[in-house]
Design a protein around this ligand. Structure first.
Ligand SMILES: Cc1cc2nc3c(=O)[nH]c(=O)nc-3n(C[C@H](O)[C@H](O)[C@H](O)COP(=O)(O)OP(=O)(O)OC[C@H]3O[C@@H](n4cnc5c(N)ncnc54)[C@H](O)[C@@H]3O)c2cc1C
Ligand SMILES: NC(=O)c1ccc[n+]([C@@H]2O[C@H](COP(=O)([O-])OP(=O)(O)OC[C@H]3O[C@@H](n4cnc5c(N)ncnc54)[C@H](O)[C@@H]3O)[C@@H](O)[C@H]2O)c1
Length: 542
């Protein structure tokens, strides 16, 4: 294409967003709400991995498994909940949940925001410029007056085993989109994808072998979480093997069974093998080299989600490797959108003021709540990174400053929750719900802590929820500040309990105040009461 032709297709926007997954969509939403013009570039489906090959299809596969299992423990229903799941119906429902892998609805939503959607592979092309190679060979050059936000997500990693690709292993994509239930499924990896997909396919009728190279499942969580999930999977017929290191995978012909060879010489046969062995960033082909960054790398950011050393470049969601979760990426997107809008409004003043030292932006507290760029400009002065809240903190002076100790100050332009209050629900049977730091993580971070544990059967609501309820909870308390650093619940229905813990951890609610948050009787929430009692009575270690 000649330079002239290229220029004909050059378009200028305030903000250009690369990737229209849940995170890119939320950046668009926030910057449009602030009155900025925006373009978003999508290479595959608007809605991203989460909508089509991750959260939504996986949870639609898991929901029937979990409900059936709970119904089997509720008197009066038990007899009706035996027998197999209707796999055909479950898969058809999954297909409808993902819109049959069509994105019309989400495209309509993007258009309703007034943002311009470009289909094709987007690549950085020097500072503030993005090229788009469209599906018909069309090419566009987009320039961003204020910011480019890279929201390109992550993809599954396959281990470096000779000939693995030719055996056509499943990754999370196939595990969430398969049109049929394999008779035998070998799952490699005991992280979240591994345990959720083992749970789903086992319930749908597959004979599952779960191969875990370490000594337990869900290794980043409290150890009892993985123990409960492993025990339940085994009771339901799955073969869970720890210390199982895969050394080779061979498929018989193109459609025959798969043989997985372990380092100790053992072999496991299956009809499909799923590698649930982690993620890598989708940054290998997005032009990072044109702005001095390493292709294929995770993009490190400050708390306003800005890439270090580039005042116009943001990396939001999975791609920055802070927390590979949709809700956390959307949180980051709200903050990045607010920061972009506030910086755009403050213009040169922001940069001149050096506000970015602490991830800063102009001090407009309303920007995150949908305030306009003009509104941010009206709020006027650049008060530093934390915006209005920081200014307020300074007014309250030394005492408040001391009470805050080494804590990170919150504010509308800082993704502080990424460091201390990331919630996650693992939709297994039983569920695992955790927020903040595990005991081991809190100790490693140097906190002086006490952890109190609870057998969930001591909660009256648990016995009503399901007969033979099994579960456990742990609360990790900072002994110096008497606030909760982390909570983990395991048991049926605990996912819906998690937000109470997230509020306690993110809000740094003192233990003495938590006593006044009275849980209703007889709900699972009374786990809180039992944990507070255990803490008051001096239980727990260390
Ligand atoms: C099996 C599975 C289940 C999961 N379940 C949950 C769950 O229950 N809850 C939860 O919170 N999280 C879950 N996650 C994690 C969640 O899917 C991710 O955290 C989330 O999708 C990240 O959103 P994102 O927008 O950053 O990236 P993505 O969703 O990956 O979106 C990135 C988008 O960018 C596009 N793109 C990439 N490169 C380019 C380019 N060069 N040009 C244009 N477009 C590009 C992609 O096509 C994609 O649409 C799950 C993950 C997996 C694998
Ligand atoms: N419900 C949810 O919130 C949910 C569900 C699914 C995925 N996710 C997110 O998606 C991300 C990816 O999940 P994931 O399970 O793929 O990654 P993960 O990092 O959680 O787990 C991968 C596991 O595979 C193991 N592993 C790595 N290489 C291996 C190898 N060669 N052989 C055997 N084991 C190996 C690792 O030790 C690890 O335990 C997670 O960070 C998670 O946050 C969230």
């Amino acid at each position: 294409m000649t330079r002239a032709a290229e220029d004909e297709r050059t378009h200028e926007y305030d903000v250009v967003v690369l990737g229209a997954g849940p995170v890119g969509e939320n950046v668009v939403d926030r910057v449009r709400a602030a009155g900025l013009s925006a373009a978003v570039v999508e290479a595959e489906l608007v809605g991203g991995e989460c909508s089509y090959w991750a959260c939504m299809p996986s949870k639609s596969l898991l929901r029937p498994a979990i409900v059936r299992s709970e119904a089997r423990r509720v008197p009066g229903l038990r007899a009706h909940a035996y027998g197999p799941l209707d796999a055909h119906e479950v898969l058809a429902h999954r297909d409808s949940v993902v819109g049959d892998w069509k994105d019309d609805g989400q495209v309509d939503w993007v258009r309703s925001t007034g943002a311009q959607l470009y289909r094709g592979q987007g690549r950085l092309y020097g500072p503030r410029r993005v090229t788009v190679e469209g599906p018909e060979g069309d090419r566009h050059v987009l320039t961003a007056r204020h910011a480019v936000a890279v929201c390109t997500g992550s993809r599954a990693v396959l281990p470096d085993l000779p000939g693995l690709a030719s055996t056509r292993p499943w990754t999370s994509r196939e595990a969430t989109s398969s049109p049929r239930v394999p008779e035998r499924l070998v799952v490699v990896g005991g992280g979240v994808v591994g345990v959720e997909m083992a749970t789903a396919w086992q319930a749908l009728g597959s004979r599952v072998t779960l191969l875990v190279r370490g000594d337990g499942l869900l290794p980043r969580m409290e150890p009892f979480a993985g123990e409960h999930v492993a025990e339940a999977l085994a009771e339901r017929g799955a073969d869970v093997r720890t210390g199982a290191v895969v050394s080779a995978v061979v498929r018989d012909g193109s459609t025959g069974p798969v043989t997985v060879v372990l380092a100790d010489g053992d072999v496991v046969e299956g009809d499909e093998v799923l590698f649930a062995t982690g993620r890598r960033p989708r940054t290998e082909d997005i032009g990072l080299e044109t702005v001095g960054l390493e292709p294929g790398s995770w993009l490190a950011v400050d708390d306003s989600l800005r890439v270090e050393g580039h005042d116009w470049l943001y990396a939001v969601g999975d791609v920055n490797h802070r927390a590979l979760l949709t809700h956390q990426g959307k949180y980051q997107a709200r903050i990045a959108g607010a920061a972009i809008a506030a910086r755009a409004a403050a213009g040169e003043a922001d940069r001149a003021d050096g506000a970015d030292g602490a991830g800063g932006a102009a001090g407009a507290s309303g920007a995150e709540a949908g305030g306009t760029a003009a509104g941010a400009a009206r709020a006027g002065t650049v008060v530093g990174a934390g915006g209005a809240e920081d200014a307020e903190g300074r007014r309250r002076g030394g005492r408040e400053g001391r009470r805050r100790g080494g804590r990170r100050r919150m504010g509308p332009y800082r993704a502080t929750a990424d460091h201390a209050a990331v919630p996650q629900v693992v939709f297994t049977d039983p569920e695992v719900a955790a927020v903040g730091l595990s005991l081991a993580a809190a100790q490693a971070a140097g906190h002086r802590v006490r952890a109190v544990d609870l057998d969930m059967t001591s909660v009256a609501g648990a016995g009503l929820y399901a007969q033979g309820y099994r579960g456990r909870a742990r609360m990790v308390v900072d002994r110096d500040r008497e606030v909760v650093l982390g909570v983990t619940f395991v048991g049926s229905g605990v996912g819906e309990l998690l937000h109470s813990a997230t509020v306690a951890v993110a809000g740094e609610v003192p233990i003495a105040r938590l006593w006044h948050a009275v849980p209703s009787y007889p709900t699972l929430s009374e786990a809180w009461l039992r944990l507070l009692e255990a803490y008051r009575d001096g239980a727990g270690a260390p």
